[in-house]
Design a protein around this ligand. Structure first.
Ligand SMILES: Cc1cc2nc3c(=O)[nH]c(=O)nc-3n(C[C@H](O)[C@H](O)[C@H](O)COP(=O)(O)OP(=O)(O)OC[C@H]3O[C@@H](n4cnc5c(N)ncnc54)[C@H](O)[C@@H]3O)c2cc1C
Length: 374
């Protein structure tokens, strides 16, 4: 029986060779092979730590292989202490690990639904105007993922795909249930993003959702210039309704916007073929066609969705688990995680290496402190 479908994104991830046999013991187990988990694994392995990564499906099966690849600074809640130089961490990592992933940093456009000088495009009945250019750019998320995985393996980290962790217990060492086996690890980095609540409590204000995207077929020559994207800036709206996008390759565009929630809060149960989700994708397509006359007849190449998670404060989760000694929990980037995931994965690894503290903003919110996401 096939499970829910999220469609197929345009990125391709090249996998390093895997290992067949599961080990019984390691220094650090990383759970989740997205950008966060792989950045943590690479950083630890580089320092000689015995790291094993467990991925339930395939590398990048979560948000990381489905991302739009827009590189942004800070967090969705703005720059935070120890999360205000994510682009520099990304650039340093690419250079250190020799990863080529088409990083371009022309600046990211913040757009508003307002007549601000000469509007750029129209979003339905309203004008869309450029408000500000902030630090940022684009990359190919498939190449970043594959590059991080290869770099981690080069440093002797082990990667296991199709290895879902079904439970974690104990402390010093922690015990992970994987397939029909148990593995003991002194430390665990849990980097499950929107799936966190399937394994562990992420607090009452943790909300996973599926977010939607589409890519165009190659556009007619001159289209990017005609619609004002000749300098290849990615963009997002700072007000509702939310829309983001970026040029891709010489002549294609990627757009995204819209959220679908699962009543169960289990994002893996949402399907892009479900009526409500298919309607949101159709609305996204209609909006994009209306932005500029040059896009009215564009042809769509791929339509897909991917998991994101939000907290009311929009600050990520980054903390030591209150009762599972040795476990660090990282999640909930609110759709703002390409550079942040690499930065926080590396920050968590450094904390394990030097025993340092984690910033207060990343603590899990207890039920009495929780508010609903607005
Ligand atoms: C459509 C889309 C577009 C986006 N666009 C942008 C963008 O342009 N810019 C930006 O900054 N951010 C963007 N984001 C957000 C960004 O991609 C994510 O924040 C980032 O990739 C999160 O990485 P991660 O490693 O924390 O999580 P994920 O990549 O989701 O990794 C979690 C992994 O855990 C695995 N897993 C789940 N359960 C288990 C288990 N029990 N055992 C083992 N493994 C398990 C999953 O299979 C998955 O591979 C986008 C997200 C989506 C979905």
């Amino acid at each position: 029986m096939s499970g829910p479908s999220w469609g197929v994104p345009p990125w391709r991830v090249e996998l390093p060779p895997g290992r067949a046999a599961l080990p019984e013991r390691c220094d650090v187990a990383v759970v989740g092979a997205g950008l966060t988990g792989l950045a943590a694994a690479y950083t630890l392995a580089r320092q000689g730590v015995a790291v094993v990564v467990f991925e339930a499906r395939r590398l990048g099966a979560g948000a990381s292989g489905r991302s739009g690849g827009i590189v942004l600074e800070g967090t969705s809640a703005g720059p935070l202490p120890e999360a205000d130089d994510c682009i520099a961490t990304l650039e340093r990592t690419l250079s250190e690990a020799a990863i080529a992933c088409e990083l371009e940093l022309p600046g990211c456009w913040e757009l508003t639904h307002a007549e601000n000088g000469a509007p750029l495009w129209r979003d339905g009945e309203r004008a869309l105007s450029l408000s500000e250019t902030v630090p940022g750019g684009t990359l190919d998320p498939g190449k970043l993922l594959g590059g991080l995985a290869a770099a981690a393996v080069r440093e002797h980290a082990e990667l296991h795909e199709q290895a879902p962790v079904r439970g974690i217990s104990g402390g010093a060492p922690l015990v992970l249930q994987i397939r029909d086996r148990e593995l003991r690890a002194d430390r665990v980095v849990l980097a499950l993003n929107a799936y966190t609540a399937s394994l562990i409590s992420a607090g009452e204000d943790f909300h996973p959702a599926l977010t939607l995207a589409l890519s165009t077929q190659p556009l007619a020559p001159g289209t990017l210039e005609a619609i004002g994207l000749g300098a290849r800036n990615p963009f997002y709206t700072v007000d509702e309704p939310y829309l983001w996008g970026r040029p891709w390759g010489p002549d294609r565009l990627i757009f995204g916007g819209g959220l679908a929630f699962a009543g169960s809060k289990r994002v893996e149960r949402v399907d892009i073929r479900a009526q409500e989700v298919a309607r949101s994708l159709a609305q996204l397509e209609q909006r994009v066609r209306g932005l500029h006359p040059a896009l009215a007849d564009m042809r769509i190449a791929e339509r897909w969705g991917g998991p994101v998670a939000f907290r009311a404060s929009r600050t990520p989760i980054l903390c030591r688990h209150p009762s599972l000694d040795g476990l660090i929990l990282i999640a909930a980037y609110a759709g703002h995680g390409v550079a942040l995931s690499v930065h926080l994965g590396r920050l968590a690894a450094r904390t394990i290496l030097d025993g340092g503290t984690l910033p207060r903003w990343g603590e899990v919110v207890s039920s009495s402190e929780a508010r609903e996401v607005g």
